[in-house]
Design a binder for this molecule. Structure first.
Ligand code: AMP
Ligand code: MG
Length: 406
């Protein structure tokens, strides 16, 4: 009987799978906070509006060559000698052809003068003073070397879509359509380290202490994914302080990412405090390694609360595997981990999904050496981690697995 009882209360019985945890988290997402930002401060951020062309591109018919512009009909009638009526360089309004046998000298980007519908490259003509002789070898098609108005896109076309992570190419397009201010997603994220044993970076830790590295690592993950509105906090393992400070933070932030204090130890007070403050805990513990004690909840006012295990490797892995997809979804971004090929065999865990740091090798990925889940120094050569499903055997070299980059 005792043995049966033991089985019933085994903690692993209450574990949910990685897929279930992800599903629960993604089901709770709501649209992230939006703010307007000067264009020059938006690189790396997530676009929160569709940006449309404010005019046709090209805005009018333009030459794509240096040469002369003339009327195709006159050419067809056999005329090969033309009178230069003027110069049509880039940056001036379109001129107008006056004589039947007239032409314009034209430069790349110049507007096609009214009455002209052909550009002949400079290499095929000879200019004598004010006249032009076109080579008899020239073969000419109507509209040649003319970029027609709207050929690239029409006014009103969506040029950049909401959810895009803005890089230099997007800045170029946004600037070209005159967007000096751009709407971006700006969820306010509180990163909250916990633990009496942790000291600020500028202090020398005593033998029984460590530095508060997790908050900085978490901040870096969010910044690099386009979410730089991060404030760091540190709280001690003290019920009243945790209650008071987390309550304040809940009022001012959209997403809370706690690190530490969610395991089974006597000073792992986070689950209790969150419940007291009105956070509905949707799961606590996932069948995964590292990061088994992961907790996720939602406050009655809608804030998402992630309780990441404090072990630095667990914190990093859980942030990339769960918090980043949540943030992406709140911005309408696609969430898809690419499949990569293992270039060596990897032993599975019989019950737990493994997240294992990898580096690239031979066109695929291979595990980096590590001395266990606490060995976060071993992560630095890795590009990210792969997800290894539970099983009794090994995944063979050549198997495709999901990859998550740092
Ligand atoms: P906990 O999840 O609070 O039991 O913490 C597990 C381990 O991670 C302990 O050894 C902590 O000292 C360490 N740890 C927790 N939080 C941090 C942090 N912010 N920075 C570095 N290490 C941490
Ligand atoms: Mg702790």
């Amino acid at each position: 009987l005792a043995r049966n009882n033991q089985q019933v209360i085994m903690p692993s019985m209450r574990l949910i799978t990685v897929a279930q945890a992800e599903k629960i988290i993604l089901q709770t997402t709501k649209k992230a906070r939006i703010t307007a930002c000067p264009i020059s401060a938006t690189c790396g951020r997530i676009l929160a509006e569709n940006i449309k062309a404010d005019r046709d591109q090209p805005s009018a018919d333009r030459s794509s060559m240096d040469g002369i512009a003339l009327s195709y009909n006159i050419w067809k009638e056999g005329c090969r000698e033309f009178v230069i009526e003027g110069i049509q360089k880039a940056g001036i309004a379109a001129k107008e052809l006056r004589k039947d046998n007239g032409c314009f000298e034209i430069m790349t980007g110049g507007l096609i003068p009214k009455g002209c519908d052909v550009v002949i490259p400079i290499e095929l003509v000879k200019i004598f003073g004010r006249s032009v002789l076109v080579s008899s070898a020239a073969t000419i098609k109507r509209f040649q070397f003319i970029r027609k108005q709207g050929a690239e896109y029409k006014k009103g076309t969506i040029r950049l879509s909401s959810g895009t992570k803005i890089n230099a190419t997007h800045i170029a397009v946004a600037a070209s359509v005159g967007k000096s201010n751009i709407k971006i997603f700006a969820p306010k994220i509180a990163v909250i380290g916990t633990g009496d044993e942790l000291v600020e970076l500028n202090r020398t830790p005593k033998i029984h202490q460590s530095r508060r590295s997790n908050a900085y690592a978490l901040e870096a993950i969010f910044v690099s994914n386009g979410f730089p509105d991060v404030t760091r906090f540190h709280l001690n393992d003290n019920l009243s302080q945790l209650r008071k400070e987390i309550q304040k933070i809940l009022k001012n932030y959209d997403v809370l990412v706690l690190s530490g204090g969610v395991s089974m130890g006597k000073f792992d007070l986070i689950p209790q405090v969150l419940r007291e403050l009105g956070v509905k805990i949707l799961f606590h513990k996932v069948s995964q390694k590292p990061g088994k004690p992961l907790l996720f909840g939602v406050h009655s006012k809608g804030q998402a609360v992630f309780g990441l295990p404090g072990n630095p490797v667990s914190t990093l892995v859980c942030a990339v595997r769960y918090v980043v997809p949540y943030l992406k979804k709140t911005c309408g971004q696609a969430i898809n981990a690419p499949s990569v090929t293992l270039t060596s065999n990897v032993k599975q865990h019989p019950e737990l999904t493994l997240f294992l740091p990898v580096k690239s090798r031979d066109g695929g990925y291979v595990l980096v050496e590590s001395k266990g889940s606490g060995d976060y120094g071993a992560l630095t050569p890795s590009l990210g981690f792969v997800q290894i499903p539970p099983g009794k055997g090994s995944l063979k070299k050549g198997t495709g697995v999901s990859f998550y980059s740092w």
